[in-house]
Design a binder for this molecule. Structure first.
Ligand code: NAD
Length: 258
């Protein structure tokens, strides 16, 4: 199904993005990947993924709009087209609003929200010309509900869900779908950091802090896995999902059912 397609995945050097890149590569899709990595780390990653498919790595810093556009252009130049765009790169910072550093606010809005606007804006003309495209934004349960101390992240993810709906509406008749995946907690470096902070603050062990985090939010008390999210992304690119567009799909162990 994905063999004659190219997918571009941002933030694919770690966590969810890396899992999505591995799944699309295993499905035979050509992939362009991006993220923060040393040249050695990037080479290693590319050589591993290249066992499955053609791979391009581009080190764009997505906080910079010009580099977002350069990323799309590099992938289009290498592969001729970007058929599937997965906006996944994201960062987190936790503090009460009155203590939230303005530079962290700006960085989170730039990477978690504005980068998706810039990549979508650059990729759409090609998709519209070809009459087919799939855009998947990795949002979060925090695109649907809020938590304390995550002002920038919650604002950015709610914004990303809104952007998803507008792109879906504007392209509804053009063979292009745009959806958001809204994961609950997934055990990646982004969440490991929050667990470490919790354990440090409460004096609990990491295991206790993990249990407490899940019990508070995720009724199944299980992490969503990177593989679950990758499988949903692949489904959203399948013919069966052609009429799913403008949706924000939770994969969150019933977090947002409460
Ligand atoms: P992660 O920290 O493991 O990976 C983040 C990726 O983004 C890395 O590849 C990193 O290099 C890249 N990145 C960060 N800043 C960048 C920049 N300026 N330019 C280019 N790349 C940059 O995090 P993750 O948990 O895999 O998160 C991936 C996405 O999933 C994020 O958007 C996050 O908000 C979302 N998400 C994560 C969880 C979770 O529980 N882990 C839950 C819901 C949503």
């Amino acid at each position: 199904m994905l063999r004659d397609h190219t997918a571009l995945i941002t933030g694919a050097t770690s966590g969810i993005g890396l899992g999505i890149a591995q799944a699309f590569a295993a499905a035979g899709c050509r992939i362009a990947i991006n993220g923060i990595a040393t040249p050695q780390e990037a080479d290693l990653l590319v050589s591993r993924l290249q066992r499955e498919t053609d791979v391009l790595f581009h080190p764009a810093d997505l906080a910079d709009p010009k580099q977002c556009v350069a990323l799309i252009e590099a992938a289009e130049t290498r592969f001729g087209a970007v058929d599937i765009l997965i906006n996944n790169a994201g960062v987190q910072y936790v503090a009460p609003v009155e203590e939230f550093p303005p530079d962290r606010w700006d960085a989170i809005l730039a990477i978690n929200l504005s980068a998706a606007f810039h990549t979508i804006r650059a990729v759409l003309p090609g998709m519209q010309k070809r009459g087919w495209g799939r855009i998947i934004n990795i949002a979060s349960t925090h695109g649907l509900v809020a938590s304390i101390h995550k002002a920038a992240y919650v604002a950015a993810k709610h914004g990303l869900v809104g952007l998803t709906k507008v792109v879906a509406l504007e392209n509804a008749m053009r063979g292009i779908t745009c959806n958001a995946i809204c994961p609950g907690f997934v055990l990646t470096p982004l969440v490991e950091q929050q667990i470490d902070d919790r354990a440090r603050q409460s004096g609990a062990t990491n295991e206790e802090a993990t249990r407490e985090l899940l019990r508070e939010r995720q009724p199944t008390e299980k992490f969503t896995t990177v593989e679950d999210i990758a499988a949903l992304a692949i489904f959203l690119c399948s013919p069966a999902a052609a009429n799913i567009t403008g949706a924000s799909l939770p994969i969150d162990g019933a977090w947002t059912a409460q």
